[in-house]
Design a protein around this ligand. Structure first.
Ligand code: DGT
Ligand code: CA
Ligand code: CA
Length: 574
């Protein structure tokens, strides 16, 4: 894996931050900052330059010492200076840098004048009204900080599922090659497909733990071995994510997998079921007295407890044990059941690929249809479509439909919902489309009652089929707007509209609990990717994951239908 310039630049910036917090010589700090900028904006890869034998100290502002450091970073190695500085500056202090309005200078001042070396101490000082004492912290910044702390900034962030997946796969492949590994799987919230994970929990079935441990500590992506024993270890990866590894003998693999999959609440309830059967359940197996009656395989465990197998996505102690006992678990939606995607962009607005490329990618996935939903005119940043350009797209779609086999392009749009709940294009235009996807892109801060009315108003328009990303939240970035979701769902049901589960990994909007609410209400949903390029069609499974966590079956999701049935569902309202 070659180290890219941006990574080197961010390491140099971090050095500058740490030096700045320490109150180091300003010239030295400035030299690192300048080097970070030069490397970051260089049109060529530093790794390539080194490979070609070029001298880095020919770059502007980069002397021999910095060139040496950049060379070390380009090799993917750590700088001794970084280790030194990270040792000297408490981790809590660097966490302060993530807060709005706090650069190294102010962090240095906070530490100097009030001894603040963590977000917790900052919060306490803010509460006691002591921040005003610190020179350079005016009332404006103080208010900003108080708000950021209240919103949970500075806390260790959970990792989005899609990011975790990119990290898990190579790690599992690496560990699998250790001698003696019979089975291996990522358990925990990752296996339950929660939208974010706190850490990764990996379970290995092997006769001996030693070779697995050796293989783990040899993994190139490890920043720190936090703890290591003969059968368990905790390591921190370079991106900050922590991994708990557990090795158990093969006869305990199923029980350990079950235990470490959790959730904790599910485990506790499951253990009670075992007790009710006169059995004992732990991570080594299911026991009757001293003899193990199950443990190697997870399904066997559930069977011995008189339960249907419970898919990991449902293991939250939200009624799944009762349903498993009474054989009434849902037949969860699966990615293979998806017949099409109802939210797709092209390069007519902010997508990266042409209509034809998107259509062919969707056909290659085996889809029967996709809805082309480019932005409407109000979204000027995305070069939104007005009536005239939409008209041209409609013609292009009709031409392509006449040509393409096996897939139908549905004429649609992601029409912007305006402040008063009216739509960004007139009905006369919207009526020319097969379906209409409506979404909010502005005025996120309305009071709940007004935002709710706005969405209901938008769905009053009989052209509207689907309300896209219904809360507008972005995971780890912004909360959704205030909205009474139960009213919106009941309103959608009355009007014959559907809500979307947007499968973009940073949206997952609706979320799992809202999916479950929709099912209870009887409202059908669309699971769509909002793809802006062909690869993004693969996001579908993340939407399906959340739908499964919400107990949804194929019948609850409109785009599991063949095209004719889908048209009938849509047509019912228009
Ligand atoms: P996370 O990491 O915060 O996203 O959530 P999990 O569910 O992965 O939680 P984690 O990593 O703390 O523990 C992994 C699993 O181990 C958890 O889902 C259930 C099990 N577990 C952990 N602590 C306990 C406990 O105190 N009691 C029981 N019964 N199970 C536990
Ligand atoms: Ca975990
Ligand atoms: Ca854990």
């Amino acid at each position: 894996m070659p180290v890219v310039n941006a990574e080197i630049a961010s390491q140099l910036d971090r050095l500058a931050d740490l030096l700045d917090i320490e109150g180091a010589n300003p010239f030295r700090i400035r030299a690192y900052r300048r080097a970070a900028r030069v490397v970051g904006e260089l049109p060529r890869s530093v790794s390539d330059m080194l490979a070609a034998g070029e001298d880095l100290d020919l770059l502007p502002g980069i002397g021999e010492d910095l060139a040496g450091k950049i060379t070390v970073l380009a090799r993917g190695e750590r700088l001794p200076l970084m280790d030194e500085l990270e040792h000297e500056v408490p981790a809590g202090i660097t966490a302060l840098l993530a807060l709005p309005g706090l650069g190294p200078k102010r962090v240095h001042l906070l530490h100097d004048s009030l001894g603040i070396d963590s977000v917790a101490k900052l919060a306490a000082a803010a509460k006691a009204g002591r921040l005003a004492e610190v020179p350079g912290i005016g009332p404006g910044i103080e208010a900003k900080l108080v708000r950021a702390i209240a919103e949970g900034a500075g806390q260790a962030q959970r990792t989005r599922l899609a990011t975790a997946e990119q990290i898990v796969r190579p790690l599992l492949n690496h560990l699998r090659q250790a001698p003696g590994v019979a089975r291996i799987e990522a358990a925990g919230s990752y296996r339950r497909r929660r939208e974010t994970v706190g850490d990764l929990d990996i379970v290995v079935g092997a006769v001996s733990g030693e070779p697995v441990m050796q293989r783990l500590v040899g993994y190139e992506d490890i920043a720190e071995v936090v703890e290591q024993g003969p059968t368990r270890a905790t390591v921190r990866l370079r991106n900050g994510l922590q991994v708990d590894l557990r090795v158990v003998p093969p006869e305990s693999y199923g029980a350990a997998l079950c235990y470490f999959t959790g959730s904790k609440a599910h485990n506790i309830a499951l253990r009670q079921v075992a007790l009710d059967h006169g059995l004992k359940l732990n991570e080594y197996g299911l026991f009757k007295g001293a003899s193990r009656v199950a443990g190697a395989d997870e399904p066997e465990l559930y069977r011995r407890l008189g339960l249907d197998f419970i898919p990991p996505e449902l293991r939250e102690d939200q009624g799944e044990l009762d349903a498993a006992r009474t054989r009434t678990l849902p037949h969860l939606l699966s990615a293979e059941q998806m017949q099409g995607d109802l939210h797709v962009h092209t390069d007519a607005t902010d997508g990266r690929a042409s209509l034809r490329e998107m259509a062919e990618a969707a056909r290659a996935k085996g889809y029967r249809y996709i809805a082309i939903t480019d932005h409407s005119r109000r979204i000027t940043m995305a070069h939104g479509l007005d009536a005239k350009r939409l008209g041209r797209q409609i013609e292009a779609i009709e031409r392509l439909n006449a040509e393409l086999r096996d897939i139908t392009l549905l004429k649609s749009i992601e029409v912007d919902i305006l402040l008063d709940g009216t739509l960004d294009l007139p009905d006369s235009v919207l009526r020319r489309l097969d379906l209409v996807v409506a979404a909010v892109h502005s005025h996120f801060d309305l009071p709940q009652a007004r935002q709710t009315e706005r969405l209901l108003r938008a769905m009053d328009n009989r052209c509207v089929t689907i309300l896209a990303h219904p809360t507008g939240r972005l995971i780890n970035q912004r909360p959704g707007y205030a909205v009474n979701m139960e009213r919106v769902m009941r309103g959608a049901l009355e009007r014959g509209c559907f809500l979307e589960v947007n499968a973009q990994p940073d949206r997952l909007d609706l979320d799992d609990l809202q999916c479950r609410m929709a099912r209870r209400i009887g409202l059908k949903l669309a699971v769509s990717t909002d793809a802006h390029s062909p690869v993004e069609f693969d996001f579908m499974r993340f939407g399906v994951d959340q739908a499964r966590r919400g107990w949804l079956e194929a019948d609850d999701v409109v785009n599991t239908r063949p095209l004719n049935a889908l048209r009938a569902l849509i047509g019912a309202r228009r």
